[in-house]
Design a protein around this ligand. Structure first.
Ligand SMILES: Cc1cc2nc3c(=O)[nH]c(=O)nc-3n(C[C@H](O)[C@H](O)[C@H](O)COP(=O)(O)O)c2cc1C
Length: 193
């Protein structure tokens, strides 16, 4: 099983990176092949709305680092998307990535659909935020889950790590074990719901 993590934070060693890497650690312990990508290392341009991905058979026509991700995205069985909350929403880096999935999920370009497979790719959404109230952005988390479900992902329970204002994720008691469990559940098919 291949599990890919995406770190949608500009801070390479921030909370999002630690959380995603810990989830991947849990998946790896269960035998998964894992890989992680930092959006801060990639130059990904916003979708231009040219619909070039609908016109030919090349997929997205923008020549940037998103092209490095489309292949691994198609190969992966499960994705982990780590999202810091910025102004009550996913970071700009995450939104740009999500818009660029438009080319990937179009049935015409997805080898997934071409192969006629019915199984959906698993997706774990893991938010982290400064505010200590984990329900503060619940309607946004629900909306985001729904949006990715409409994109045909098999989205599990949204994970929220709150209270990251004056504390680093790696210092939070019990968080390492909790995030590792999220990763192992991905592999053992006990998708937390
Ligand atoms: C520009 C900016 C906006 C933020 N907006 C919010 C917010 O609206 N609500 C919140 O709870 N935390 C907010 N935060 C705090 C981050 O979500 C939090 O510190 C998170 O752990 C950062 O992840 P990182 O360490 O991977 O960068 C904001 C942080 C920044 C830099």
């Amino acid at each position: 099983m291949k599990v890919i993590g995406f770190i949608a934070s500009p801070r390479k060693e921030g909370n999002t990176a630690w959380i995603v890497n810990t989830i991947l650690e849990g998946a790896k312990e269960q035998g998964a092949e894992t890989q992680s990508w930092q959006f801060s290392d990639l130059d990904i341009k916003p979708c231009q709305g040219c619909l070039g991905c609908h016109k030919g058979d090349r997929g997205c026509v923008i020549d940037d680092d998103m092209q490095r991700l489309y292949g691994p995205l198609e190969q992966a069985d499960a994705l982990v998307l780590g999202l810091p909350i910025y102004m009550g929403q996913m970071s700009a880096q995450a939104k740009i990535f999500t818009d660029r999935l438009f080319a990937h999920i179009t049935p015409r370009f997805s080898p997934y659909y071409k192969a006629g497979k019915a199984a959906k790719k698993k997706l774990t959404l893991v938010f982290n935020q400064g505010n200590p109230d984990s329900g503060m952005f619940q309607s946004y988390f629900d909306y985001t889950k729904k949006m990715f479900q409409l994109l045909e992902f098999d989205v599990g329970e949204v994970q929220v790590v709150a209270g990251m204002r004056n504390e680093a994720a790696h210092e939070r008691q019990g968080l390492h074990a909790a995030m590792r469990d999220v990763g192992s559940s991905l592999v053992s098919d006990r998708f937390p719901e």
